[in-house]
Each structure stands twice: as structure tokens, then as C-alpha cells.
Ligand binder design. Sequence first.
Ligand code: PEP
Ligand code: MG
Length: 324
Amino acid sequence: YVEELQKLIDVEVKTSDGVEINIFSNVEINDEIEVSNNYNSKGIGLYRTEFIYLENGNVSEDDQFEILKDAVMKNGDKPIVIRTFDLGGEKLSSLLPHPEEQNPVMGLRAIRYSLRFQDFFISQIKAILRAAVYGDVRIMFPMISGVEEIRLAKSVVKDAIKELEAEGKEFRKDVPIGVMVELPALALITHLVNKEVDFFSVGTNDLIQYTVGIDRNNEYVAYLYRPTHPAVLHLLKKILKDANKGGIEATVCGEMAGDPKYIPVLLGLGYRNLSMSPASILKAKMIIRRVNISDCEKLVRSLKRCKLARIAEEKLQKFIEKHA
Ligand code: PEP
Ligand code: MG
């Protein structure tokens, strides 16, 4: 089996009926970019910058620039989507300032944190714009709930540009800006957002968590955490439809995108860009090469009609057994 997987490293990522699927990598540390390259991914779909702060607290702009430049150079001329700070809740580094919160998962986290501590945010944006000189960098904002936050975050990018100009530092201005669609509120208004940004990236981990109201790490309610919940399928469909209408790309970067069981569902919904941990890439390629799009579309149609989780699960299981 391992040998069979290794053989997939160099093959094209196409469904059995010839539809090309783009696989990108999710990375947390720069060393993973080499693995991503070894598996021939199309680039980095999600670079989780929070790991820089978890270890070091509030690192200086220059230190961030060095780390990001190294990541960008390792990635060569392929795209790299750098997600701004996405910590908060229980994951906040003790090295950063933050208030006591009753309900931190719904509190001052991710973009909300960045917009509150603007000096902190601007130094990150400046580091990203400087690293962008060395490759195909894109900026992505996490946990966006509406258009105000997008405009505020973009205004910080403008401020960062002004500061860099005044300081005479080398940087790139025309960096594409996208958002994570991972709150149901944003997913429901993607038709209002598709002209505000350059791309969408769907964070199914949080999107599912907030749609069904299930803490993604709580074992007692884990059985209710379902990627095939019809509400989730409905949102995923809408996000892609609005991305297409706005002429922008949508990528899925949650765990769902790297799970062979759910990849046919995403393909059936119409997604063609998947970003996953490098360790998932070869298994993902295997399933992609075994399915065809019309079967995946049929699967999605039948899942959408399922009222009961158990029945949906059985259908999905049958599909996987038939194709895997
Ligand atoms: C997600 O929410 O799906 C996602 C990719 O972001 P993270 O897992 O880092 O919250
Ligand atoms: Mg998330």
C-alpha cells in the first residue's frame, strides 16, 4: 500500500473522467514546506502564522520577516497563502496580552484580536508584505464575520504600506487579499463579500463547529460534528456559487479537504482546490483518481436529501467502499 502511494507522487491529480484537481498544503512550520514540495503540491494553501507567536510571543517585525521570507523562498514560485494571526480562545500564548474571558471561543480571537491590538497586527502585515518580494504571497484573514471587518483589516494593510514607504523598506503592494469563510454568518453572505476580496478559503473545521454548535474538540458531543449535515452542505454549495459569480477562487482548507471520505463530497459540490496537511496528499490523490465527477455529484444530491445522519453515513460508506 505504501509503495502504491509513493507511485502517486509524480502523477497528475485528475479524476477518472479527467477533471484536474489542485492540491495545496497546510503548514505550520517552515520545515513542512519541503514535504509539501516533495509531494508536488501546487503551493501552500494555508500557512498558519500563529505558531510563530505560540513559541515566541510578540516577535518583532524583522524576526517575523525572516521566518516568512524563509518560508516563501522554500516554496519557490508557487503561491503561498499566509493567514494572519489566528489565536485566541484557549490557544492564546501566555506571552501575549489578553483579557480574562468567560467564553473565549466566541471572544477576542483571530481577526478580532488583531484589530484590537493594531500595533501587533500592523507589524505582522508589514512582515508579510516585505516577504512578498520573494515569491507569490497572498494574505488571508481568519474568522471574518462581516464586511466591516474586511474593510478594517484592509485599511490596516494600507497603513502598513504607508509605513513601509516612509521607512523606505523593500516590499510588495499588490498582494492579493482573501478571507477564511469559517463562520456561518459569512457563509450566508458570500454574495455580499465576493467583490470585497480576491479569494475565499473555506475553513470547514470552524464552519462545522459554529454551524452545528459543536466544540470541535469535545468528545461528548463529537458524534454531532458532521461534515455531511445538510446545513453544512448547503453553506458549502453557496460559498462556491458566490465565489464563481464573483470570479474568484474558492479553496477548502479544513480537515474535510484532506479526508478521503469527504473528498468526493467536495468534488460533487464543485470544489476543485483542496488544501491539506502534506501527510494527507498521497491518499487524497488516490481517491481523486478513482472517482468521476458525475458520481460525486450524484452522491451530493442524495446526501442533501438525507434527513437522518445515519442514512447519510451509510450512503457515504457505500460510495467509499465502491470506489476506494
Ligand atoms: C478551519 O477552521 O477549518 C481551519 C483550516 O482553520 P484552523 O483549523 O486553523 O482553525
Ligand atoms: Mg479555523
